[in-house]
Design a protein around this ligand. Structure first.
Ligand code: SF4
Length: 350
C-alpha cells in the first residue's frame, strides 16, 4: 500500500507548477525573453493567442496576459471567431486549429506545429469513417469535437463532452438511431448515463485510457478525504470511482465547488494551472497512470500538447509557418454539424 511518504512531490500540483513554470533547459531569463518577443509579435502581426487547458502553464499564462483565452476546443474556436485580430495562434492540437478555421474561415490560423495531433483524430480516418456511415444510412452520425474537419463534414452533429448527454437524449427522443465516434470510453459513458444504445467507433485517448482504477483506489487510501475528478474519456472502471465526471470546464468548476480540500484529478495535468486559479487553497493530486503496476508517480500529459512551446510560437508568428488550411467546401460541410450543436446549446441555455 502507498503512503504519503511514497508519493513523489511530482503529484502535488503546487510543486508541479513550480517545476513546469520553466520549460526544460530554459532559464527564467530565456522565458522572459521569449514571452516579451511573443507579446511584441502578437501586436505586430495582429494576432491573438488561444490556448487549450492541456498546454504548458507558461503558454496559458501568456494567453491570459495578452488578452487571449485558455479554454476547451470549442470555446477556443468561438472566442477566436469574435476577436478583431486577423490571425489566431492556436496552441493545442491540430483538430483545434481546424475547428478555429471552420468557425473563422476568413482568418489566418497558425499553430506552433501542425505535427501536434490527437489519438482520437488519428484513429478515425475520414475514408474509413465515411464507409462505416455509408453502410448504416439510417443512423444519425454524432462525432466528438476531437476529429478532423473531414470527419466532422460527414457528421450530422458535433458534440463536446459537456453537451454529449443532452444531444444523445434529444436524438433518442426523436426516435433516431445513433452512430457515435470516435471515443469508445466517452461513448460507453454516454450510453450508460442515458440508457441509449449506440453504434460505436473504436477509438480512445491515449492519455485518459491510461488511468487505472487499482492505482486510484490505492491513492484514495492515502488521501481518504480527497474527491476524485474524472474526465469521461477514461475507462468505465475509473469513472465509477469518481465524485465528479465532466468535461475540462466542468471539472474546473467542480474543483472550485466541491467541499473537499484535496482533489485527485484524472485528466491531463495541464489543467492544474486553471484549477489552481479556480481553487487556490486546494491541493491537486494526479491520478495514477501507466502499466499494471501503476503508481502515482507516472504523469498524465498528452505528448502532442507537449509539442507546443515558446520557441515554436515565435517561429509560427515570425515566419507564418504551420498555417491551418482547410478546403472551402469542407469548411461549409463541417460547419453545419458544429453550428447545429451551437444552436442546440444556445436553446438549452435560453
Ligand atoms: S489528451 Fe487525448 S484527447 Fe486530448 S489531444 Fe491528447 S490524445 Fe487527444
Amino acid at each position: 500500500m502507498l503512503s504519503k511518504q511514497d508519493i513523489s512531490e511530482r503529484i502535488l500540483v503546487q510543486e508541479h507548477l513550480a517545476k513546469e513554470h520553466l520549460p526544460d533547459d530554459m532559464s527564467r531569463e530565456d522565458v522572459e525573453r521569449y514571452k516579451a518577443r511573443i507579446k511584441a509579435l502578437l501586436k505586430e502581426k495582429d494576432a491573438c493567442l488561444v490556448a487549450h487547458y492541456y498546454t504548458d502553464p507558461i503558454i496559458q499564462e501568456l494567453a491570459e496576459e495578452t488578452g487571449g483565452c485558455v479554454a476547451d476546443s470549442l470555446e477556443m474556436a468561438r472566442f477566436g471567431s469574435v476577436r478583431p485580430e486577423k490571425t489566431l495562434l492556436v496552441a493545442g492540437v491540430r483538430f483545434m486549429g481546424e475547428t478555429a478555421k471552420i468557425l473563422s474561415p476568413e482568418k489566418r490560423i497558425l499553430m506552433p506545429t501542425l505535427e501536434a495531433t490527437c489519438s482520437l483524430d488519428i484513429g478515425c480516418p475520414a475514408p474509413e469513417f465515411t464507409a462505416f456511415c455509408d453502410a448504416h444510412p439510417d443512423y444519425e452520425v454524432v462525432v466528438y469535437a476531437n476529429t478532423s474537419a473531414a470527419v466532422k463534414a460527414r457528421a450530422d452533429w458535433v458534440v463536446t463532452s459537456s453537451i454529449a448527454l443532452d444531444v444523445v437524449e434529444h436524438l433518442a427522443d426523436e426516435g433516431k438511431k445513433i452512430i457515435w465516434a470516435p471515443d469508445k470510453h466517452l461513448g460507453a459513458y454516454v450510453q450508460k448515463e442515458t440508457g441509449i444504445d449506440m453504434l460505436m467507433w473504436d477509438g480512445a485517448c491515449i492519455v485518459h485510457e491510461e488511468f487505472k482504477a487499482k492505482g486510484l483506489l490505492d491513492l484514495k487510501q492515502v488521501y481518504p478525504d480527497a474527491a476524485i475528478l474524472v474526465h469521461p474519456e477514461s475507462p468505465a472502471s475509473v469513472i465509477e470511482l469518481a465524485d465528479a465526471v465532466g468535461s475540462t470546464s466542468q471539472l474546473i468548476k467542480a474543483a472550485a465547488e466541491l467541499p473537499n480540500r484535496e482533489l485527485i484529478v484524472a485528466t491531463d495535468r495541464g489543467i492544474f494551472y486553471k484549477m489552481q486559479q479556480a481553487a487556490p487553497d486546494k491541493v491537486f493530486i494526479e491520478a495514477p497512470t501507466g502499466g499494471s503496476g501503476a503508481t502515482c508517480r507516472s504523469c498524465a500529459h498528452c505528448p502532442w500538447m507537449a509539442l507546443n512551446g515558446l520557441e515554436n510560437i515565435v517561429t509560427a508568428l515570425e515566419e507564418g509557418r504551420d498555417e491551418v488550411l482547410v478546403d472551402a467546401a469542407l469548411i461549409d460541410e463541417a460547419r453545419k454539424p458544429l453550428q447545429r450543436m451551437l444552436d442546440f446549446s444556445a436553446a438549452l441555455k435560453g
